[in-house]
Each structure stands twice: as structure tokens, then as C-alpha cells.
Write a protein that binds this ligand. Sequence first.
Ligand SMILES: C[S@@+](CC[C@H](N)C(=O)[O-])C[C@H]1O[C@@H](n2cnc3c(N)ncnc32)[C@H](O)[C@@H]1O
Length: 307
Amino acid sequence: MKISESILYFLAKQLYTRNPGQSEEMTEALSDSEAYAEYRQQCVDKVMRAARQYDVPVTGRRVLDLGCYDGALSAGYLKAGAESVVGVDIDVDAIRVAQERHTSDRLTFHPSEATQIPLPEDSVDTILCYDVFEHVARPHEMLEEAYRVLRPGGKMLIGTWGWYHPFAPHLWSTMPVPWAHVVFSEKTMLRVCRSVYHSDWYVPNMHDLDEDGNRKSDKYTEEAIDPDYLNKLLISDFENVFRQSAFDARVHQQRFSSKYAAWTAPLLKVPFVREFFTAYLWIVLEKKTDLASQNAQDRTSELAASI
Ligand SMILES: C[S@@+](CC[C@H](N)C(=O)[O-])C[C@H]1O[C@@H](n2cnc3c(N)ncnc32)[C@H](O)[C@@H]1O
């Protein structure tokens, strides 16, 4: 092991049992499939809370769940009052599971790249895109496609993380050292993730185990993060992507809720520094109503009212 790897491994081992990067709730959720199902319902509640808070309508709307995985959240959105939900994901196996598990005719699933959504233009009222945007390799194209399928006046809600979040998104379980991905090289960090994963003190979660209950051997084998897995965009990169899109965008930065982190709240207003202290991002994108078609609609409504 190189010195940098030894230092990071040492720190990871010291912090592992308290893992500040992974909440107790998340650790519990990953312990077995029942707990995981319950956790996914909590995710639905979280998205619905954000939708209410940021005025993104779901009840009675045609919803697109962009990056739906196995459809657990899509089904939750339907239960929460959506008129219909279409789930789309690039993962063909996950879509197959979604189709097997959920059989309502108001819930449909399609295997598809987010940049080529198999829906007509202006055909959905609301797009929900939770924990997906950090994975999308071509975010500009994805937004173009989202804009195409969303009806004028419709809104899209994205929930995601900036790459300089204290804990590298999606590496939480093996890397409990804050900002390890910023301070150390990617190669060093991934090598240490691998050593942590194979150590005797690492407690594997349900995703780490194969059908026979053995630790999978093909995890953390890469020495660089695949850009098709994580795009590593910062908050400022996200803002640029949104600015260049046809949408009207509002980015809502969330601070860490722990009382020990209250002091970080003002830092969310400081350019660049905010990248390191923002807990989560909710982004609301609105496809503005075309003024001409709005006026035409208004005239039609006036005419209808006068007859
Ligand atoms: C972390 S999972 C979140 C899934 C789901 N939204 C949820 O919260 O349960 C990210 C999902 O995004 C999907 N995804 C990533 N890139 C995509 C793309 N370019 N087009 C469509 N789906 C994509 C992945 O296949 C994966 O299912």
C-alpha cells in the first residue's frame, strides 16, 4: 500500500463504526429487503414533501418517473395520488422487475435512455427524477428530452447531490472519511474502498451479498469512476446545465440538519465554499407556457364561457 492509501485506510477504519456518511436509517434500510422496501416508501414521502414544498403538482397529474429503477417509487407516486405514472430507466433488468411487480394499467414502464424517452411531446404534466441526475452522463441532452415530453406549464423536480458533498455520492458504505474524494486521488480512494470492502471489520449490506450470502467479489474493482455511472458535477456545473436549457430553473440547496452542523448554514451562500457544505439539492424546472398558446387558450375559454 502507498502512504496515501495507508493514511486513508487508517482514517476509514477509525471512522467506520460511527460512519458519519451513512445515516443509521440508511444502514438499517440496507440490512434486508424488508427494511429496504420500507426505506423506499420513506423516499416516496421525501419526494412528495419536496413536491409540496416547491409547488410541483403530483395529485391528479400524468407523472413521468425518470430513472425509476424497479418502480418502487413510481408505484408510491401513483398511491400518493398521481393520475398515471410512466417509469423509464436505462437498466433493462430493473424495468423487467418493475413490470413484474406492478401491474396497474395506470403504471407503465419502459427500458430507455433518459435522452430518448419513448413518449410523445407535451405528454406528461410532471417529471420526478430522484437520485438520478448525478448518474446521467449527458445531462444537457436529458434536459432537452425532458423538455420535449413535458407539457407547457409542467414542472420537473430533480433531487440530487453535488460532487463535493462531504461524502462521495454512492460510495458511502465503504468511505466514511469526509471529502476523501476531494483530498485524495480517485485511484487512491477507490483502492481504499476496495480494501475496506474486503476487510474483516466491514459489515456487508444486502447489495454486497450474492444469492448464497457470500460477499460479491466484483465490487470496487475499478481504479477510476466510470463517467457513465457518476458524472461528478458540482452545484455550479448543474446551474450551468440548467441555465443553458430551455427551462426556468430554481436550485434549492439544503443544509445538514444535525444540530452540530447548524454553523454551516451561512456557508451555503458563499460561492464555491457552498459546494462542500450542501447536504442535498432540490431543483425545480418549469417549462414556461408559450404566451401565444396561453392567449389562444384564454380566448377559447372566454368564448366557451360566453356561449
Ligand atoms: C440511484 S438509482 C435511483 C432509482 C430511483 N429513482 C429510486 O430512487 O429508487 C439511479 C437510477 O438511474 C438510472 N439511470 C442512470 N442513468 C440513466 C440514464 N442515462 N437514463 C435512464 N436511466 C438512468 C439507473 O439505471 C438507476 O436505476
